[in-house]
Ligand binder design. Structure first.
Ligand SMILES: [Fe+2]
Length: 326
């Protein structure tokens, strides 16, 4: 199985973000996005969206500055977890085991070629809704929240990388992620962006080019809503809360997701998203845009502001990653 890593990763798992404004960040995710706090422990708060099947999908850690702590993937099986950690250890990417956290884990923590901290896990805890939020339809994980932007579940993450191609090849080789679209740099070799997934969902992990000297930075984290109309509704909600809207509502050409990009009070760029195509063909090849094609890309959608290609977290340098206080 080690020469065919496809189907070893099941889906993108929980994330952890550090924030210098924990009150503001939590107000954003609960009051505006409609997520629930499920636990608080020291400097950490654990949150979930009403459609997340696991106990939590976001850990917010009070800290000195805004930076990503880690991103995770759930594997398909305990065996897949061991096979992938074995691959990492025998190919120069040795990491370390981290104990389970609030029912999820243990985790194997390692870094991608740009220094972003990732975790793999299989063991998890499904959400058990308390009586007051128990759903009437038993296949739902909790009652329909219907609050704020009413985000349903964690959707995808976009990381900045100095060498997008190296990161893409790492995930393809080590984990069998599929790449659905690539944007090449003018030299025809280096890449400006790559959209990757463990499933038929058009994007779970995106790398876009880091245009500063930093490394290990987050571009954005996305939660999904049920319709384009709800993205427009979310824009009204966040605008009235005086949360800066950086871009959208509009539609991307790559993967064709409908988007709204905001900055939560801690500084992280968060997307409220809907849609994006699905890839059913098992033999699909990535669509490759050359630099000229990408510049003149077809379809519709508002131009993204210049800062969209520069800003990431931490805003002022390299991310250290990991769960510890700093
Ligand atoms: Fe996105």
């Amino acid at each position: 199985m080690t020469d065919e890593p496809r189907h070893e990763l099941a889906h993108l798992g929980p994330h952890a973000l550090r924030t210098p404004d924990p009150e503001g960040t939590l107000r954003y995710f609960t009051g505006l996005l409609g997520m629930d706090v499920v636990a608080e422990e020291g400097r950490a708060t654990y949150l979930r969206a009403h459609g997340d099947y696991e106990a939590w999908s976001l850990k917010v850690i009070a800290a000195e500055r805004a930076e990503p702590a880690w991103v995770s993937w759930r594997t398909w099986s305990p065996g897949a977890l061991l096979r992938r950690t074995e691959w990492l250890e025998t190919h120069g990417h040795r990491g370390r085991w981290i104990p389970a956290d609030r029912g999820i884990g243990p985790w194997y923590e390692f870094t991608d070629p740009d220094g972003h901290v990732f975790r793999l896990y299989y063991g998890t805890q499904r959400h058990t809704a308390p009586p007051e939020s128990r759903p009437v339809v038993p296949t739902n994980h909790q009652a329909y929240a219907g609050r704020g932007a009413n985000v349903r579940r964690l959707d995808h993450v976009n990381l900045l990388a100095r060498d997008v191609r190296a990161c893409r090849e790492f995930w393809e080789t080590a984990f069998g992620l599929r790449t659905y679209e690539i944007v090449r740099r003018p030299d025809g070799h280096q890449e400006a962006a790559a959209w990757m997934s463990s499933s038929i969902q058009g994007h779970e992990l995106i790398y876009t080019g880091e245009n500063t000297a930093a490394q290990g930075r987050l571009h954005h984290l996305a939660y999904v809503v049920d319709s384009r109309e709800e993205v427009l509704r979310a824009a009204e909600i966040v605008a009235d809360a005086r949360i800066p809207i950086e871009a959208g509502p509009s539609r991307h050409t790559a993967i064709q997701g409908f988007y709204l990009y905001t900055r939560e009070p801690g500084g992280h760029r968060i997307e409220i998203a809907h849609g994006g195509y699905l890839v059913f063909a098992p033999d699909s090849e990535p669509h490759i845009w050359n630099a000229e094609e990408w510049k003149a890309k077809p379809g519709w959608g508002a131009p993204l502001p210049p800062e969209f290609h520069l800003y990431g977290t931490p805003p002022d340098g390299t991310a250290a990653g990991g769960d510890g206080e700093r």
